[in-house]
Design a protein around this ligand. Sequence first.
Ligand SMILES: Cc1cc2nc3c(=O)[nH]c(=O)nc-3n(C[C@H](O)[C@H](O)[C@H](O)COP(=O)(O)OP(=O)(O)OC[C@H]3O[C@@H](n4cnc5c(N)ncnc54)[C@H](O)[C@@H]3O)c2cc1C
Length: 386
Amino acid sequence: MSAPLTIIGTGMAGIGLLRRLRGLDARRPVTLITADSGDDYSKPLLSTGFTKRLAPERLTMRSALEVADRLGAVVRTHSPVEAIDPAARTLRLGQETLSFSELVLATGAAPALPFMIPESLGDRVFTINDLDDYRDFHAALSRLGRPARVAIIGAGLVGCEFADDLVGGGHRVSLVAPEPAPLARLLPEPLGLALAEAFREAGIHLAMGCSLASLEAQGQGLSLALSDGRHLEADLVLVATGLRPRAALARAAGLAVGDSGVLTDRRLATSAPGVYALGDVACVAGVNAMYVQPLQAGVRALAKTLTGTPTPVSYGAWPVLVKTSLLPVVALPPVARPVHWKIEGQGADLAALAEDESGRLSGFALTGSCVRRKVELARAAPPLLG
Ligand SMILES: Cc1cc2nc3c(=O)[nH]c(=O)nc-3n(C[C@H](O)[C@H](O)[C@H](O)COP(=O)(O)OP(=O)(O)OC[C@H]3O[C@@H](n4cnc5c(N)ncnc54)[C@H](O)[C@@H]3O)c2cc1C
């Protein structure tokens, strides 16, 4: 029997690709390998579950077994791939060596931690980057049996969405970050400050402009010392300090890898023949957007390439919709710098238009009622990857 097409990773990229492939080729042997449970779920919903008090089972769309059955694939769960030999077209899983015909790396991105989480605090300090993490955090909240004091470290997209979601779920939230305002990588400061104000009005305690200096157990809870000398007390800490492409496997196999992930061309082909990369791990022609729309465009293009029609991927001017119910936020960060921001509107309803050196629109950010302008502005903005 010929070696299967092998996909490493069962996130939205890995399972999405298998689903798309099956629409084009029902018979090719495919093996999916994952380090986690292999359950099919939508990662963006992880940061909306606490307001709705959703148990982890409610976020699971299909178990790994159902994925295998429905889509005619072998699915290996809880099986971290340890090494790849692109020349021999084999990979290593524990004592086993498996052959592949072609390989897709869909290993996603992992939390980038600014400090080691001490093992003794592992039941109180969390990251949430997959369904298993959500299960653990959800269990810790349930064990408390009362509204929790949660300190979130990091005020990027993930930190802000969890702050919004947890306060919506009745918890007491503190948000700690070194920048002067939340979402500093997506929003110019006046819009970040508008979000900060909406957070404050909802009771979120903001400790902006400082970082975590030390963390220690205090009874059943935690005591946090901040870099500006302040102290916070919390039951649980959620670390949301960014994600980094999980590219170690590719790097060790000798593939070309940069700071933004495994380098591919627009057909998602890596530097090794027969090996592709997709989703958060892939830096496609210099762009790693790390959100769903580009990932889905990659899925569509790669499914065609793998079934005999080489297809380059293109990305449109696709803004990110931040799921902060306290103040809607939409952003299309400009790719090129230097940039001049033109700010319009008032109060929490703001539009920031990024202009390049020639005065052309190169990106935008919107808050409050101005999010209505997203379609009109996206039409005028340049594509992420054209
Ligand atoms: C809380 C949160 C909210 C988000 N909200 C949004 C949103 O609203 N809109 C949006 O567009 N984007 C959002 N994103 C981003 C989006 O969810 C991701 O871009 C997308 O889910 C990435 O999917 P992926 O399949 O590339 O990676 P992942 O989902 O990370 O999957 C990686 C897979 O690889 C496996 N794996 C890794 N290493 C190995 C190994 N060595 N061996 C075997 N398996 C391995 C893992 O087990 C996993 O199955 C959000 C992200 C987070 C964390």
